[in-house]
Design a protein around this ligand. Structure first.
Ligand code: AMP
Ligand code: ZN
Length: 114
């Protein structure tokens, strides 16, 4: 737990959120500034500061995050039309919150990106 980390504080409930999923390793909640009709953040409970800090020992957790993202996409009715999963890393990646997370975006055409 990193004390000044917004997402660590959301994980513990210190900061409130619109939580849509919780298990032992992962939580998911609505992004406070949604960029699409569905915009969820999928977040490990353990503090990893960014995608740049992930290593092979995190393989299970990373797979779990993706499986939760996929489950939520199906639950939110995004599977047929499609969706986007994004993990920003560092200044050039536009990362604002330095606690690893995937954005799950869907519910409209998101256009071409990369
Ligand atoms: P990133 O640029 O990938 O680090 O994205 C951080 C995301 O966290 C942004 O889309 C913010 O809107 C979102 N965010 C920041 N604070 C909160 C919060 N308290 N609750 C929900 N989402 C948040
Ligand atoms: Zn954190």
């Amino acid at each position: 737990m990193a004390e000044n980390c917004i997402f660590c504080n959301i994980v513990t409930g210190e900061i409130s959120s619109d939580m849509v999923y919780q298990d032992e390793e992962v939580v998911a909640f609505a992004d406070i500034h949604p960029l699409a009709p569905v915009h969820l953040l999928i977040v490990p409970r353990r503090h990893i500061s960014s995608p740049a800090e992930v290593d092979k020992e995190d393989a299970h957790l990373m797979g779990h995050l993706l499986a939760v993202a996929s489950e939520l996409a199906r639950q939110q009715g995004l599977a047929a039309d499609g969706f986007r999963l994004v993990a920003n890393s560092g200044p050039n990646g536009g990362q604002e919150v330095y606690h690893l997370h995937f954005h799950l975006l869907g519910g409209r055409s998101l256009g071409r990106f990369v």
